[in-house]
Ligand binder design. Structure first.
Ligand code: MN
Length: 201
């Protein structure tokens, strides 16, 4: 059975960028619900229950058709949020834009500012709910977005940084201002974690 992962920081520690209430509801209600619904779907196919959710999403075509959509949506929701909690941090050291990933971003996009601009544009261009991503695609950095709870991993791409575009991620504090949320969240990105994902490629 899949379980809600513990956060490495407290719900109030990302204030004022992300408010305490949003963090608490997002983690204990939204993320938990994806996990509950994924578990319900997998109960019908017990051989899949011990598989890593990442493996399930990598090969969606191998998932029995009757639960494929549930695995895609709720498994995707579980995997995306498990990544997301690690991609943001209150830790000062981890927030430093440094390491191999910083060099590669500057090389690929010209500068950090240019990267940030394109990443936010990608998030603004996604209509409705979804995620905006920095990915590795054919060993090259790229920016993309996905609808709903889809993850680039299902298309053979490696996610390095993903930001939740669902209103539940920002509505209490930012209301309809997705742009402000995206702009502010750049202050709490865990570049140490993103760099680790990049090095693992
Ligand atoms: Mn979310």
């Amino acid at each position: 059975m899949h379980k809600l992962p513990k956060l490495q920081y407290s719900y109030d520690s990302l204030e004022p960028i992300i408010d305490t209430k949003t963090m608490e509801i997002h983690h204990t209600k939204h993320h938990q619900t994806y996990i509950d619904k994924l578990n319900i779907a997998l109960e019908k196919h017990p051989t899949l229950i011990n598989k890593d959710v990442k493996e399930l999403l990598k090969n969606l075509n191998l998932i029995p058709e009757e639960i494929r959509t549930a695995v895609r949506n709720h498994g995707g929701g579980h995997f995306n949020h498990s990544l997301f909690w690690q991609m943001i941090t209150p830790n000062k050291e981890n927030k430093k834009f440094t390491g191999e990933i910083a060099k590669e971003i500057e090389k690929e996009f010209g500068s950090f500012e240019e990267f940030k601009k394109k990443f936010i544009e990608s998030g603004m261009a996604r209509f409705g709910s979804g995620w905006t991503w920095l990915i590795l695609e054919n060993k090259k950095l790229n920016i993309t977005s996905t609808p709903n709870q889809d993850n680039p991993i299902s298309e053979g791409k490696t996610p390095l940084l993903g930001i939740d575009l669902w209103e539940h991620a920002y509505y209490l504090k930012y209301q309809n201002k997705r742009q402000d949320y995206l702009d502010k969240i750049f202050e709490i990105i865990n570049w140490t974690f993103v760099n680790e994902l990049y090095k693992k490629k």
